[in-house]
Design a protein around this ligand. Sequence first.
Ligand code: FAD
Length: 278
Amino acid sequence: MIPPIASKFVAGETPAEALDHTRELNDRNVKVILNLLGEHYHDRGPADEDAEAYLRLLEGIDGSGLGACVSVKPSQIGLDAGTQVFRENVERIVDHAAERDLFVWIDMEDHTTTDATLDVYEELARKHEGGVGVCIQANLHRTADDLERLADVPGKVRLVKGAYDEPESVALTEKSAVDAAYEEYLEYMFEHFEGGIAVGSHDPAMISLAKDLHDEYGTDFEIQMLMGVREDAQYDLAEEYEVYQYVPYGGKWLSYFYRRVMERKENLLFAARAIIGG
Ligand code: FAD
């Protein structure tokens, strides 16, 4: 069982717990992106197992009436075991979702995976128009070119600042430079994309910019935040905008929880407060 301190950031170990959490959020007008925790499988076996777990999860969402989609990590479903393994598994998942009219996001991992991830994404987005989305990281030097490439692809793009420690040769490393790049790319997306923009950020400045750009260009967008982070803001924003909470679940919760605490030590305090009701 997940200890209460971690359950602020992770919905549970089982799909049933993740769907219960989804129901509670849907009642507050927040939709959900479900992510089964797991990454960096070097063998095909565990990658296939997690791909199959996603197929079952999609079956669970289907017919439940819940507002939920899924997000998969390339290295969780086979990228480290070979691009072809990843391609086959993500295609199985997206096909299965499309049959049920459900949406699949592809998370973005470190820069060595960007080309393979975007190639597979573009192929599937053209096959299942409107059924798949990909994450793009504002810290990478290549992102302007990638956004230009993706502007005409019929899918969604989640813009994030970037969670991986990347070398200076490929990425901006100063936080202020990443913030400026995020703003620039957000503006590019609102101007050049037909819709399908996801603002994957907790940063009030980025969300406020997105609202202004929406007013200026009229392009559709959604806001995405992580479970356990600025949840009150999520509920408030959901009164006016489309808001998704990214909800991790599964047995591999410990390293995820550790990462949330390491990136922001106050998270431990928030989690503790949530338990003692302070
Ligand atoms: P930050 O720069 O971390 O914070 C800016 C401001 O936001 C802070 O000053 C504060 O005002 C507010 N804030 C941030 N955290 C908190 C908090 N805990 N409590 C209160 N206020 C807070 N990265 C990837 O590399 N690949 C992915 O596929 C990916 N997917 C993501 C999906 C979603 C839905 C989200 C939200 C993030 C994802 N990320 C991903 C992570 C992302 O790259 C950033 O590392 C992460 O979101 C932190 O950046 P930020 O924009 O939220 O703002």
